[in-house]
Design a protein around this ligand. Sequence first.
Ligand SMILES: NC(=O)c1ccc[n+]([C@@H]2O[C@H](COP(=O)([O-])OP(=O)(O)OC[C@H]3O[C@@H](n4cnc5c(N)ncnc54)[C@H](OP(=O)(O)O)[C@@H]3O)[C@@H](O)[C@H]2O)c1
Length: 263
Amino acid sequence: MKTTMITGPTAGIGKSLAYQLAERGENLLLVARREDRLKSISIDIETKFNVKVKFIVADLTLPEAPKQIYAFCKNEGLDISTLVLNAGYQINTRLDEASLEEEEACLRVLGLSVIMQTKIHLKDLVKRGGGNIMVVSSIAAFAPTSNEFAVLYGPVKTFMNRFVEAINSAYNKDNIYATSVCPGFTITEFHEMSGTQDRMDKVPSFMKMSADDVATEGIIGMDKKKEIVITGALNRFLMNLLRFFPRPLIKIIGNALAGGRYK
Ligand SMILES: NC(=O)c1ccc[n+]([C@@H]2O[C@H](COP(=O)([O-])OP(=O)(O)OC[C@H]3O[C@@H](n4cnc5c(N)ncnc54)[C@H](OP(=O)(O)O)[C@@H]3O)[C@@H](O)[C@H]2O)c1
């Protein structure tokens, strides 16, 4: 059964992507840790839209997760035609404070698991004549890195954008297209989960987007086979400005706009 796999569909952007992709008729495989949410979202989507939804409880901090998910797809007869690699979180600590294990787990979810899940499904995509890969990255891939917390978040998102470029270079000939969706401040559970809701609350509302709007722009970009999709006109404008202004000035502006992020 032709199926779209989505990681991190139990909240925020991934949940919006799940509903919007199901609405246009795509069968789904949902991957996350919270089983209660996976169950209720699957039932709700199947009830609302005429599609099949399967889910697997998986913790993407674990190195064996991509293999477990792939084995589940094979057992259930799911032909994954689109991979939506969206799951993520950030660590709200200084690099010297977080334990090695904490940093490694976060890097795995944001980076290594994205690469391994892509890698494990690529042969099947090639064999079936093509497919799509959406990686939910961030404008943090382009913006100056924070001085204080989540030091590795921007760099790993930059790595994911480069990964998407590399996949396109190597596999467009096989009709496989990768898209990196780069949201700015988006209203989800992300900031609450990382203990940064107070900083998010200081960000002016005109800078924030809804998860639904981010998902819609991401899907349109993926359909158009765009490599990089910066969501929101303001974010696109600001990311273009980065090319013309010196980094120190960008940090001052970023600080004013983003609740002291660069202090
Ligand atoms: N919100 C923003 O402002 C913003 C801006 C730019 C980029 N992003 C990116 O957007 C993506 C989605 O974030 P969001 O804002 O929608 O956050 P969110 O509302 O907190 O949702 C995060 C999702 O990731 C899943 N997840 C987290 N850790 C996981 C793990 N170890 N294993 C499996 N699943 C895991 C969560 O599911 P379970 O907890 O059920 O496992 C949840 O479904 C992330 O990659 C993030 O970096 C967010």
